[in-house]
Design a protein around this ligand. Structure first.
Ligand SMILES: C[S@@+](CC[C@H](N)C(=O)[O-])C[C@H]1O[C@@H](n2cnc3c(N)ncnc32)[C@H](O)[C@@H]1O
Length: 417
C-alpha cells in the first residue's frame, strides 16, 4: 500500500521552486470565528469534559469580520440539538508538548497524548460536543461546555448521530449477512451494542424542540435524565447481525493486555481519556501493530453471528482510579448562595449564566463531584482548600476523603460577561 506520508518534512515548494500554498502543506492560519463567553473564568474548576456539568453555559457570537452577516452562517443550525465546537486552548501557557501525559483521571499514571483529551497536544485544538440551547441572530447559546471565558473558537459543526456515533453506522450489506431490519432505538439497545447503558440518552439529532433530549450526562445530578425507555423512539435500519470485535481487529488490543469496554453511547466520557473506536475503512479494519506499515484485516471474515461493539473504550478510562466525590454545602454556604442569587450581595441582581440558585448549586456540585483537582493537589499538596469561580460565584471548598465541602460562596471580585 502506498503510504500517505513521505518520511521527513513535507516539501513546502513545488518542483519548480514555487512555494506551495499553505493549505497544501497543512499549515493554516486560523482566524477565530468568535470568542466564547463562558460561565467559567479560569481553568481551575472548569469541567474536564462537557458531560460533567450540564448547567454550564456559554454564548458564541460570530464575528463580523468573518461574515458580514453572521446570522447567515448560522442558518439551519437551530434545527440541531448538539454541536461540535472546535477551539484553541489559548491558556495553555506554553506550546511544548510531551508524547506521554498524566491525565488527572489516571491519578498520576502516564499514557500517550493521543489516547487522551489533554489540552497539551501538538496542535492545541479542543473538541467539545455541546448542547445547542438556541440560535439568536449571529449568536449561538450553548450548555454543557468545558471551555473558559475568552476561548477562541475555530469552527462549529452540527452533531449528526448517523455520522458521528458508531452505533448509528449502517454497514454495507455483505453477501453472507441477512438483510437489515428496522429496529427502534430502544430495541437496538438490547442487542450486542448496548450492554452498558448509561443514565442518559446519547444525544440524537432532533427534528423539533419537543423531541430534544432533556440532558447530556450529568453524572452528579441525574434528576432530569430521561431513562432510555422514556425517549422518543427513532426508527433506524441496522443490519443484523453486525461484525464481531475480533472482526474489527480488537483481539489484538486484548492481546496487548489492555481491557476494553464496549460502548453503546460511545461519544462522550466525562474525563480526559478518549474513547477508541474501531476504525472502519470501506470494509477494512486497522489492526494495532508494532510494525510501521499498517496491517489491514478484512472487516467481515468468518464469524458473522457475533455482535459488534459499537465503540470500544479501554477499561482504564471507564474504571479510572479517581472516584466521584460526595458534595455537601455548609449552612453558611447555602445562605451565601441564596444571597448571591437574590441580589443581596453587591447590588448584583442575578447570575449571568445560571437561571436560579438551584442551577448554580447543581453546577457547583457537578464540578466538585468530578474532583477538579490536579494530581499534585490531590496526592501531594497538604492544603486541602480549593477555590474556583463559576458565573458570579467565587467558591471556597475543601476536600476530605471521598467528599468535597463547600464552605463559602462570595461574589466574584471581577464579574465577567
Ligand atoms: C481536558 S480539556 C477537554 C476539552 C475538550 N472537550 C476536548 O476533549 O478537546 C478541558 C479542560 O481544558 C481546560 N481549558 C478549557 N478552556 C481552555 C482554554 N481556552 N485554554 C486552555 N485550557 C482550557 C480546562 O481546564 C478544562 O478543564
Amino acid at each position: 500500500m502506498r503510504g500517505l506520508e513521505e518520511p521527513g518534512p513535507r516539501p513546502t515548494a513545488t518542483p519548480c521552486g514555487c512555494p506551495k500554498p499553505a493549505l497544501e502543506t497543512g499549515n493554516i492560519l486560523t482566524e477565530p470565528i468568535g470568542y466564547l463567553e463562558s460561565c467559567f473564568s479560569a481553568k481551575n474548576g472548569t469541567p474536564r469534559q462537557p458531560s460533567v456539568c450540564r448547567h454550564s453555559r456559554a454564548c458564541l457570537k460570530i464575528r463580523k469580520n468573518i461574515f458580514n452577516n453572521p446570522e447567515h452562517s448560522l442558518m439551519g443550525l437551530e434545527q440541531f440539538s448538539h454541536v461540535w465546537i472546535l477551539f484553541v486552548f489559548h491558556k495553555n501557557g506554553h506550546l511544548s508538548t510531551k508524547a506521554k501525559v498524566q491525565p488527572p483521571r489516571l491519578n498520576g499514571a502516564k499514557t500517550g497524548v493521543f489516547s487522551t483529551r489533554s489540552p497539551h497536544r501538538p496542535n492545541a485544538i479542543g473538541l467539545t460536543l455541546a448542547k445547542l440551547e438556541k440560535v439568536e441572530g449571529g449568536a449561538v447559546y450553548l450548555s454543557g461546555i468545558d471551555m473558559i471565558h475568552g476561548t477562541p473558537v475555530l469552527d462549529i459543526k452540527p452533531y449528526i448521530a448517523d455520522y458521528d456515533s458508531p452505533q448509528n453506522f449502517v454497514e454495507p450489506l455483505q453477501h453472507n449477512q441477512p438483510k437489515p431490519r428496522a429496529v427502534s432505538q430502544s430495541e437496538g439497545k438490547t442487542d450486542g451494542c448496548d450492554q452498558q447503558l448509561s443514565e442518559c440518552e446519547e444525544p440524537q439529532p432532533c427534528h423539533s424542540t419537543e423531541e430534544k433530549p432533556k440532558c447530556l450526562e450529568d453524572r452528579a445530578s441525574e434528576d432530569n435524565c430521561p431513562s432510555p425507555r422514556d425517549t422518543t423512539e427513532t426508527q433506524r435500519a441496522v443490519p443484523e447481525p453486525r461484525v464481531s470485535a475480533a472482526d474489527l481487529g480488537l483481539e489484538s488490543r486484548r492481546g496487548h493486555g489492555v481491557g476494553v469496554v464496549q460502548e453503546q453511547h460511545g461519544t462522550r466520557d466525562p474525563e480526559e481519556g478518549t474513547q477508541r473506536r474501531p476504525r472502519r475503512v470501506r470494509g477494512l479494519a486497522l489492526l494495532q501493530s508494532s510494525s510501521v506499515e499498517p496491517q489491514w484485516a478484512p472487516l467481515h471474515p468468518a464469524r458473522p453471528a457475533e455482535r459488534t461493539p459499537c465503540s470500544v473504550v479501554p477499561a482504564w478510562v471507564k474504571e479510572a482510579p479517581v472516584v466521584r466525590l460526595h458534595v455537601r454545602f455548609t449552612p453558611h454556604a447555602e445562605v451565601d448562595l441564596e444571597l448571591l442569587s437574590s441580589g443581596g450581595v453587591g447590588g448584583q441582581t442575578s447570575f449571568n449564566y445560571f437561571q436560579s440558585a438551584e442551577e448554580a448549586k447543581c453546577a457547583i456540585e457537578a464540578v466538585l463531584s468530578a474532583d477538579p483537582r490536579s494530581v499534585y493537589r490531590r496526592k501531594l499538596c497538604q492544603d486541602r482548600l480549593f477555590y474556583f469561580t463559576v458565573d458570579l460565584a467565587h467558591v471556597t471548598c475543601w476536600f476530605g476523603d471521598g467528599f468535597a465541602e463547600v464552605l463559602r460562596i462570595k461574589l466574584a471580585s471581577e464579574p465577567f460577561r
